[in-house]
Design a protein around this ligand. Structure first.
Ligand SMILES: CC(C)(COP(=O)(O)OP(=O)(O)OC[C@H]1O[C@@H](n2cnc3c(N)ncnc32)[C@H](O)[C@@H]1OP(=O)(O)O)[C@@H](O)C(=O)NCCC(=O)NCCS
Length: 191
């Protein structure tokens, strides 16, 4: 899909963002299993609904998992078509300022502004509510849409993981990218 053939961005009455709920597991499993969503992430084909049910039921408050819902027209029901999350990078208190970011949009809704809306929401949450100073992610070197999205949101490439993951029979390199908080909060002056 190039820029000329990409569909129009969604109007705000056809796209909304909210936090995931435990009952969303079916729609999340479907969204994450479409071929391009699979190829761009570390998901395995045919991930089970039960695995997603457990994962969503066990969501920790220190993480965040947002879903994007869209509808074809204002008369149609909302449908989950994407997820985007923040996760702690590990147990060490010394890395509490950093979180790992991941996202995937269902194939038939890519290129319409869903990823951008989710990224805006995650960055607002990280910068203004969760005390996160460093956002990290890995992205396959050939993932043009993701690179474009991440660069526009202030992520820079820090290095390249060689043969990072197996993707449909071939090893693929991935870039490590990160974004530092552009205006870290400061303590208020003493009163
Ligand atoms: C990468 C992804 C999250 C982007 O979400 P999206 O809803 O498709 O993207 P948007 O429509 O918001 O557009 C985001 C940017 O990608 C560009 N883009 C979108 N589709 C594109 C395509 N097919 N080819 C090239 N660029 C594309 C847009 O022009 C836009 O660029 P800009 O930020 O410079 O304006 C989504 O395509 C996706 O889920 N892909 C599969 C899974 C994946 O790769 N996840 C990322 C793991 S690191």
């Amino acid at each position: 899909m190039d820029a000329a053939t990409r569909p129009a961005r969604l109007a705000s009455d056809r796209l909304r963002i909210r936090h995931v709920e435990p009952g969303d597991f079916d729609a999340v499993a479907v969204s994450m299993s479409t071929p391009r969503a699979l190829a761009g992430t570390l998901q395995l084909p045919w991930s089970s609904r039960e695995q997603w049910r457990k994962q969503l039921a066990d969501y920790k408050p220190e993480s965040a998992l947002l879903v994007a819902e869209t509808r074809g027209s204002v008369d149609e029901p909302w449908e989950i078509v994407a997820t985007a999350g923040l996760q702690p990078t590990g147990p060490s208190p010394r890395r509490r300022h950093a979180m790992a970011l991941g996202m995937a949009v269902r194939d038939d809704w890519q290129g319409r502004g869903v990823g951008s809306a989710l990224m805006d929401a995650l960055i607002d949450r990280a910068d203004n509510w969760m005390n996160v100073l460093r956002l990290e992610l890995t992205v396959y070197v050939d993932n043009e849409a993701a690179h474009s999205l991440y660069r526009r949101h202030g992520f820079v490439i820090e290095g390249t993981h060689r043969a990072y993951a197996l993707r449909d029979g071939a090893y693929v390199d991935a870039h490590a990218m990160a974004r530092l908080h552009p205006r870290p909060p400061v303590l208020p002056p003493a009163t």
